[in-house]
Design a binder for this molecule. Structure first.
Ligand code: MN3
Length: 242
């Protein structure tokens, strides 16, 4: 069975005959229960295996047989044409956003620390970690309905706190503040309702404790090298208000 799948992967894929679903659910680096008490095990499990899995499944369905089938996740998210398909916009965004979210979270004991040069940039831009937390919290709290709060590196290399609705994200050409996200906080109710009900501020303060700043520092370095935004400068494309 395994060899058949490998065969499909390497050969038949080229003919478009035996294409396995291209996007797959990532694995968490830690057990569901290890994020407690900040995020409970049941929330982690449902969030990954139900919500994120649904974005992956629906994305695979949306691209199948479409002109966008061969595109990578980043290529989909920066294609104005692909993003006109609502199912691609929502589910490619959902897959990208959640993948980043899982990467930057870690149980306290497993976290690595903030390193230069991100530490210096945060100080220069926000003054202190506490001020950054306040700005991110404001972005998370003022996002009406569902969405995300972000720390992004803009095309002109500025560190910016931003927010997007639904599953939009900052690499999409249709958002008002573009950049490469190095930290994202999910503020959909499904991220916190079981444990925090409607208390988004309590959830924000809890999830802040899970941020693995060593990983965010690494993402900052990678973002500087990312050519995505330079290659895909916003065009005259009419922004959709959502
Ligand atoms: Mn979510």
């Amino acid at each position: 069975m395994r060899s058949i799948l490998l065969f499909c992967g390497y050969f038949i894929l080229l003919q478009g005959v035996c294409r396995a679903q291209p996007f797959v659910l990532p694995k968490l680096a830690y057990g569901y229960g290890e994020y407690a008490p900040y995020i409970d095990a049941q929330t982690m499990e449902i969030h990954l295996t139900k919500h994120h899995q649904a974005y992956v499944n629906n994305l695979n369905k949306a691209v199948k047989g479409s002109p966008f089938e061969a595109l990578s996740l980043e290529a989909l998210l920066t294609s104005e044409k692909a993003l006109q398909v609502e199912a691609i916009r929502n589910n490619a965004g959902g897959h990208y956003n959640h993948t980043l979210f899982w990467e930057i979270l870690a149980p306290k004991a497993q976290q690595s620390i903030l390193t230069e040069p991100l530490a210096q940039r945060i100080m220069a831009t926000f003054g202190s970690m506490d001020s950054l937390k306040k700005e991110l919290s404001k972005a998370a709290m003022s996002r009406f309905g569902s969405g995300w709060a972000w720390l992004i590196l803009s095309p002109d290399s500025k560190l910016i706190v931003a927010s997007t609705p639904n599953q939009d994200n900052p690499i999409m050409p249709l958002v008002s503040e573009r950049g490469i996200p190095i930290l994202g906080i999910d503020v959909w109710e499904h991220a916190y309702y079981l444990n925090y009900q409607n208390r988004r501020a309590d959830y924000f303060n809890a999830v802040w404790e899970l941020i693995n700043w060593g990983v965010v520092s690494k993402k900052f370095q990678e973002a500087k090298e990312n050519k995505l935004l330079i290659e895909k400068q916003p065009s005259t494309h009419k922004k959709r208000n959502r």
